[in-house]
Design a protein around this ligand. Structure first.
Ligand SMILES: Cc1cc2nc3c(=O)[nH]c(=O)nc-3n(C[C@H](O)[C@H](O)[C@H](O)COP(=O)(O)OP(=O)(O)OC[C@H]3O[C@@H](n4cnc5c(N)ncnc54)[C@H](O)[C@@H]3O)c2cc1C
Length: 314
């Protein structure tokens, strides 16, 4: 186990000078609030929580922690399912709750630059006025920083890819207090090491993301959703292969097995039968386009009958 130094009252005072007394807390309630994510892993509290409000503060705290050999754990909003935001060695918990702004919308470039603490759902609500959105959707209102650090994916990955496919540039604070830029706003990036994607998915272990420029796509004008139940997982998988092989381009696909369909019905009252169930979403920009991205037999309605063969396609 690595050996670290404790957070002393002197360190807390230095942190207060760096990020402000109102953005530093050793209160038990704040430590408890940041001691556990959504995983089954045991809680472990940090010794102090800080809420930086700009990139330089992040870099300054990292430099202090590095010089004093104190561990730092970044925290988005704690929706991770792997326990990687739990401060298992104590030390400093760095929350990005107060770095949650859009820095600039580059609407003509289909890009947006954001601070790491903005929730992707909040971001998309603000981008709606431009008719654009950031596609990765892990379900929870995860922060952009947490999504990039985890390379979060979700139901739309089938069409738009994971977080790593939707980021162009990041500012990152390194442990020694340097702030660096990785990647570029240019879509064509062919030269040099791909440092951007070294940091994406590194769970905060290589550096802390202080800003990110994300790719955006236009909000589809037409959307439809469908749900189909199958006799077996194999039949559902064959249907997915057939749907994709036919040239249809679903915007979202999610398969749950019979046990999870039952759990959803019993716990949440969702109208499902005890069969493997496929959820699909179609999206497009021409009338009928959204619908035509889905198998005809299942669009616009919930089917509770089992489908043992691949359905006909539009
Ligand atoms: C109901 C539910 C459904 C989910 N579905 C999916 C899914 O379909 N696909 C999927 O991929 N995930 C899914 N997740 C998991 C979770 O939403 C993602 O892992 C998400 O990326 C976590 O984001 P967060 O802001 O909560 O980050 P946190 O959980 O707070 O942190 C995650 C990691 O990122 C690090 N981190 C946070 N901010 C930064 C930063 N600025 N710089 C560097 N590192 C940082 C943390 O230290 C930690 O290692 C789901 C979670 C829930 C609760």
């Amino acid at each position: 186990m690595p050996s670290f130094n404790p957070v002393t009252p002197e360190i807390v005072t230095q942190l207060q000078t760096m990020v402000g007394a109102a953005n530093t807390s050793t209160a038990q309630a704040d430590l408890d609030l940041h001691a556990k994510d959504q995983s089954q892993h045991a809680a472990h509290p940090a010794e102090v929580v800080v809420w930086p409000t700009n990139a330089q503060q992040v870099a300054d705290v990292l430099k202090l922690a590095n010089d004093c050999r104190i561990p730092v754990t970044p925290w988005g909003v704690g929706t991770g399912l792997e326990g990687n935001s739990i401060p298992v060695y104590g030390g400093i918990l760095m929350s990005f709750e107060r770095m949650n702004q859009i820095v600039e919308v580059h609407a003509d470039d289909f890009q947006v630059t954001v601070q790491p603490g903005i929730g992707h759902k909040d971001l998309n609500a603000q981008l709606a006025r431009y008719g654009l959105f950031f596609p990765p959707d892990p379900g929870a209102n995860a922060t952009v920083g947490g999504m990039l650090a985890n390379n979060a994916a979700g139901i739309r990955t089938v069409k738009y890819g994971a977080s790593k496919d939707n980021v162009l540039q990041m500012q990152v604070a390194l442990a020694d207090g340097r702030l660096i830029k990785v990647g570029a706003r240019s879509v064509k990036q062919a030269s040099g090491y791909d440092l951007l994607h070294l940091f994406v998915g590194s769970e905060g272990t290589l550096g802390i993301i202080t800003e990110a420029t994300l790719k955006l796509v236009p909000v589809a004008q037409y959307m439809s959703a469908a749900l189909a139940a199958f006799d077996s997982i194999e039949a559902a998988v064959q249907t997915v292969v057939a749907v994709r092989g036919s040239g249809l381009d679903p915007a979202a696909l999610e398969l749950i097995d019979a046990a999870h369909a039952r759990m959803l019905r019993e716990a949440e009252g969702v109208d499902l039968t005890d069969y493997p169930t496929l959820f699909m979403e179609g999206a497009g920009h021409l009338r009928g386009n959204g619908r035509d991205q889905l198998p005809r037999h299942h669009r616009h309605r919930r089917t509770q009958k089992t489908v043992a063969r691949a359905p006909q396609f539009v």
